[in-house]
Design a protein around this ligand. Structure first.
Ligand SMILES: Nc1ncnc2c1ncn2[C@@H]1O[C@H](COP(=O)(O)OP(=O)(O)O)[C@@H](O)[C@H]1O
Ligand SMILES: [Mg+2]
Length: 529
């Protein structure tokens, strides 16, 4: 059995395990020999010397020594052996005498032995549990998929303390201006240990290589992370976490999540555990997912435009017809014997206005059918609602839908991709128009509000067929539709767009007929994921 101080559990990097085990065994044998010699010496003095002392009390030392080479049961056996030797010593030295002081001494020695053994075994039980928990910790450390480094930051801490003494208040700014200091701190970190997952992540051949790898795996962008870690170390935080990029010793880039845990004082700097999770695969997967989402959103936009094509064509035709009419009228005014310049001017002004209107429709059409990266900017939600309404105005008109607009003026901007948000609102408006196909009164209400929590809300209410429980439960599921020509992806795309913007979309049944779809978005400047 090992004692709690057994340093085989805390061996430094790269120390071969077998050498340590042999050394520990040798130490145990030496202790056992020493304890046996002590027991024999005590027995000889106790049994054969004329000293009138309780020499047998010294057997307690043998019991204490046995902790170094026995487990709990072994210690009890050693104590029993010592008890027998105490009795034997008494019988040899004073067996023939009347019971008196020697018997009393023997009994006191036995009592002392019993108490020592009880205390030692109790203590050893606790020590065994500690060793056991250390073993468990070690096996987790060795087998976990998370790369873990145990580092000594005493060197960097000393550098930071010197800066403080020299009057540096804003450590972060000071270190940002002195990258050489950050590098110096980096080189001053001493690796104590690291697990196999860390070796794998970094691509190190052995722990010795891993020990000196820190300056080589940090990229210029990860130096900022290391700087923040130093600031956290100098402060009071217990942990520090950050996402960053590192490179392996073979030069491959990895996206990682770094989390450092500082031990409680006084070991805060000596034992810093740094866990590193490889996010490369996740980041790649997320990027692919985002691309697929954009593709799908684009496809659905183009589809919606297709559905709206007839009414949009009309929307462009109308101003074009007005341009032609005004052009003809203008020409007629010019052809008069005395051309009426004022009338001609009015015609030309109308041509410009109508031309602009047509251009606007075409521009928003082009924007909607454009495919590209998200472009987030501060956007007025009321503006988005109005533009979306303009796109579907004719469609709504053609279906006999009247629109009631109730937009709160002066709402703060939201940080969104304008086209994607427009797509959400267009989807809701078209769905509402479809839902009212079979009802008499076709009224659509669009509202915008700022709630007390600082979120912007948009509500689109119709008085259509409403939402049955069955439809409600699968509303945002892709490819769920109740329409013969429907695709069922509109709402699922709306939800993914809202999620991507840190917002929400949900539906409610109205008190009266119909349904209300609600959007919620954080205002620009608040924390958006
Ligand atoms: N305003 C609404 N009122 C009633 N049902 C609705 C409304 N909006 C959507 N739905 C239901 O949700 C389903 C899914 O809508 P959506 O994802 O836009 O796909 P699609 O419009 O192609 O069917 C619709 O088929 C319909 O059953
Ligand atoms: Mg739809």
């Amino acid at each position: 059995m090992t004692s709690i101080q057994d340093s085989s559990l805390r061996r430094p990097l790269g120390w071969p395990v077998s050498t340590r085990t042999e050394e520990v065994n040798l130490r145990r044998i030496a202790f056992a020999g020493l304890a046996t010699a002590a027991a024999v010496a005590i027995f000889l003095v106790d049994a054969f010397s004329p000293l009138g002392l309780a020499v047998a009390v010294l057997y307690g030392i043998v019991v204490l020594m046995s902790v170094s080479f026995c487990d709990q049961r072994g210690v009890v056996l050693v104590a029993l052996g010592c008890g027998l030797l105490t009795l034997a010593g008494y019988l040899i030295g004073h067996g023939a005498d009347e019971p008196g002081a020697p018997l009393l001494r023997a009994l006191v020695s036995l009592a002392a032995l019993a108490v020592t053994t009880a205390l030692v075994t109790k203590n050893q039980g606790a020590a065994d549990r500690l060793v056991d928990s250390e073993r468990r910790y070690r096996s987790i450390f060795e087998s976990t998929a998370v790369a873990i480094w145990e580092d000594d930051f005493t060197g960097p801490a000393a550098i930071l303390a010197r800066l403080r003494r020299n009057g540096v208040d804003n450590l972060d700014a000071h270190l940002a201006a002195r990258p050489d200091l950050v590098r110096q701190c980096m080189s001053a970190v001493r690796g104590i240990d690291a697990n196999p997952a860390a070796m794998k992540l970094v691509g190190a051949a052995d722990k010795a290589e891993l020990k000196t790898s820190l300056p080589n795996i940090l990229l210029p962008e990860s130096e900022a992370m290391f700087r923040s870690l130093l600031v956290a170390l100098a402060g009071r935080a217990d942990t520090f976490a950050s996402e960053t990029q590192i490179q392996t010793l073979h030069g491959e880039r990895r996206s990682v999540l770094v989390r450092a845990t500082f031990a409680p004082p006084p070991q805060r700097h000596q034992r810093v555990l740094v866990g590193v999770v490889d996010l490369t695969e996740r980041t790649r997967f997320e990027r692919a997912l985002e691309e697929a989402r954009l593709e799908l959103a684009h496809a659905s936009r183009v589809m919606t435009l297709g559905e709206l094509a007839a009414s949009i064509a009309h929307e462009v035709n109308q101003p074009l017809a007005a341009v032609v009419t005004n052009g003809e009228a203008g020409l007629r005014w010019l052809d008069r014997p005395v051309p009426d310049i004022a009338e001609v001017r009015a015609c030309v002004e109308e041509i410009v206005t109508q031309g602009r209107r047509a251009a606007e429709v075409i521009q928003s059409l082009r924007a909607m059918s454009r495919k590209g990266e998200q472009q987030r900017a501060p956007v007025s939600i009321n503006g988005v609602v109005t533009e979306a309404l303009a796109l579907v105005a004719r469609e709504l008109d053609g279906r006999g839908v009247s629109v009631l607009l109730d937009l709160e003026p002066g709402l703060p901007d939201v940080m969104v991709d304008r086209i994607q948000l427009q797509q959400v609102v267009v989807n809701l408006l078209v769905n509402a128009a479809h839902a009212m196909e079979l009802v008499e009164s076709r009224e659509l209400r669009v509202e915008s509000r700022l709630d007390p929590a600082g979120q912007v809300h948009v509500a689109v209410s119709d008085c259509g067929i409403g939402l049955s429980d069955q439809v409600m439960s699968r509303l945002f599921t892709a490819f769920h539709t109740t329409k013969p020509q429907g695709m069922g992806i509109g709402l699922s795309i709306c939800r993914s767009i809202m999620d991507a913007h840190g917002g929400r979309i949900w539906a409610e049944c109205n008190q009266g007929p119909g349904a209300t779809f609600r959007l919620e978005l954080p205002v620009a400047g608040s924390a958006v994921p």
